[in-house]
Design a protein around this ligand. Sequence first.
Ligand SMILES: Cc1ncc(COP(=O)(O)O)c(C=O)c1O
Ligand SMILES: C[C@@H](O)[C@H](N)C(=O)O
Length: 350
Amino acid sequence: MFFASDNWAGAHPNIVAGLSAAAGGFATAYGDSALDEAVYQRFSEIFEREVAVFFVATGTAANSLSLTTFNKPGGISFAHRESHVIEDECGAPEYFSGGSRLHAVDGPLGKIDPPNLDRAIGRFASEVVHWGRPMAVSITQSTEVGTVYGLDDIDAISAIAKQHSVPLHMDGARFANALAALDTTPAEMTWKRGVDVLSFGGTKNGCWCAEAIVLFDLDRAKELAFLRKRAAQLLSKSRFIAAQFEAYFKDGLWLDTARHANAMAARLAAAIEDSATAKLAWLPQANEVFAVIEKTEADRLQAAGAAFYDWHRPHGFDGHIGEDELLYRFVTSFATTTEEVDRFGQLIAG
Ligand SMILES: Cc1ncc(COP(=O)(O)O)c(C=O)c1O
Ligand SMILES: C[C@@H](O)[C@H](N)C(=O)O
């Protein structure tokens, strides 16, 4: 019963097969192989316009280099207070940009509140040299607490970014999960809503190690190529990232795995809601479930083999957490089975 993170899941058999099929022979290195080029083209087809694609090894690299693409001295990027770029990247975005800063913006359950964003950017709009100046806005889709920005939500955030003449970045470490949840298209959820650069994650959704920066602002592509190399993120055997994405997109595998993970989260949430010892903190929208559970009960579940973590109370969660209770996060993946979820359901039912 592995619900600690979708980072714990392995690689989907189709991805493994794709990687193995590409393993033999020789191919041009550093992103210039025929397979790399074919996958770049596949990304353009999927996003219904020409895009520039840059494979990197981690989501942190994708986020950091995406923001650095729009770097400026004194630059400030605006992200949700509990965003990965602020809370879980150890200063990488600041480091790779040579000192740009991240400004935390509040909003309910992981989503930036547009008026808060407008006020936050507005404080720096006069570009007083002592204070710095707006550089970018970053949203996470799906968010760090398993919620999803609706298309109207993205429109509202994007309008403010454009009003302040700053680009919009999307941390799409769980892009496929959000896409499946909204049942929309990659184009509708990104550039058609004003997203300028996307961290496109494949690792958590069945790939072995496959992340890509998808740049809609093609004028910046040359700059990003140098930024990636300087960050030691240009993989010599890039074709092995390409091979994973080729298999990932083939026959819609990426959306099937995301839909499955989301369905498993919904099943897990129902089991938690049916129990007498735990309660959902909020409804899951993608593949992350949050519940308030008595610590002794959580200890029992973990001792019985369920892997999951406690989580800090996110901004905007006004539910009650008792003295002997904690908030816990459960993450499902392509590898989560109904048997696993049902076994957990029986366990939590007592
Ligand atoms: C929301 C989010 N963004 C980005 C990442 C990428 O992080 P990593 O550098 O660990 O691949 C993660 C990791 O799980 C994440 O949860
Ligand atoms: C760092 C940790 O939060 C990781 N991004 C995860 O979602 O599991």
